[in-house]
Design a protein around this ligand. Sequence first.
Ligand SMILES: Cc1cc2nc3c(=O)[nH]c(=O)nc-3n(C[C@H](O)[C@H](O)[C@H](O)COP(=O)(O)OP(=O)(O)OC[C@H]3O[C@@H](n4cnc5c(N)ncnc54)[C@H](O)[C@@H]3O)c2cc1C
Length: 377
Amino acid sequence: MPTRRTKRGAERTPLGGEPDVLICGASFAGLAVARELAASGADVLVVDRYEIGERQTSACAAPTGWLRALGLEGAMRQTFDTLVVHTPYMTARMRLPWTFSTFDYRELCGLLWEQCDAKFETAKVEGRAGTVIRTDRGEIRAPLVVDALGWRRILAGDGGYQPPDAPLSRGLEVHPWGAGDELEIWIDRGYVPAGYSWSFPAADEVRVGVGSFDPLHHVKEPTVRLAADLEREAVRYQGNWIPHRLRPAAADGIFFAGDSAGHCLPLTAEGIRTAFYFGIACGRELRAVVDRRKDRERALRDYAHFSATHRWKFEAMLRVQRLVPRLPPRLLAASLRAMESRRFLDWSFGHYLEIAPPEFAGAAPTSGQADALSAAA
Ligand SMILES: Cc1cc2nc3c(=O)[nH]c(=O)nc-3n(C[C@H](O)[C@H](O)[C@H](O)COP(=O)(O)OP(=O)(O)OC[C@H]3O[C@@H](n4cnc5c(N)ncnc54)[C@H](O)[C@@H]3O)c2cc1C
């Protein structure tokens, strides 16, 4: 069981103050923003309801290239060059042109945090009035505010999303102790009518779960059943809603990064590298404001535009997400067989990685860094 490290009782002294940048949320997106602001000279405050790395939010598999680009190799647990896809009729072995690695969430967050020079406080963010952010430890005022709080998009003025009526998938997994050699997924309506199931080994534990693209479909029973089918224990649960549609990355003077902006990719529900990618893009815009190369309004516009230029790719993936569950199982099996070809895998997974490529990360930021986002746009 993870030990709770969040401040309790008398430790929860009132918060206040006026940092230059307030980053709400200290997971993948929030920490990527903070890393990009290192050595900028800005007074950056990061808040989260839990201590950094305390509460794992995913199966923690990401392209190895991204983990290397961010100097996070130390958190890696296992690396896979093949994706094994099971259907009721066949198993496809897809040799990928690049690898995925599973990692330890707490260690990864710790390594990212070491690259930041921000301050951190545990506080629950409750809402905002303008650029005054309300937390359970008091109000914080900041000219530059980032919502990296996940799918709830708490700082939006639009009332947020209410599952199950929102474009959200749902995911649940268990983390039994044990080992495995293969990164496996199941496209099998016996487990979930629209979605997929997975088993991701990570050295001494395996993350076994089910994701449903249809938010009305519950995933606890199939998760327990999949674990039983794999002779794994259904223990140490973690689950969440997963957005599958982009939302405006800037609104009402707030920057949104990661799941709060719907930056998780439809179909695969891969949201870690995109949280890094858009978090870095957001951090670069904030840095341009800190360095007085842009004003806040221009940075908000440019960041929103940058995010929106990816819309067609997210929409294309959403179309495939909607198509796959409608394919007759035998046609799906035949399509997967055809997709096993080296040429197809290089082409399709190459394009897939290009949606948020690891080269975007660049070197760890230093003071006086050029505005790489403007250069990349
Ligand atoms: C079961 C499951 C498995 C997944 N597996 C993978 C995977 O293997 N690979 C992959 O790429 N993606 C995976 N995803 C998707 C991925 O987890 C998300 O896309 C990713 O975590 C988004 O990162 P984020 O930083 O935007 O948000 P989050 O990781 O959700 O972080 C939000 C942060 O905000 C904090 N927070 C929330 N509300 C408040 C509040 N009111 N006050 C203060 N703090 C608050 C939280 O504590 C958290 O630290 C999975 C999702 C699920 C549900």
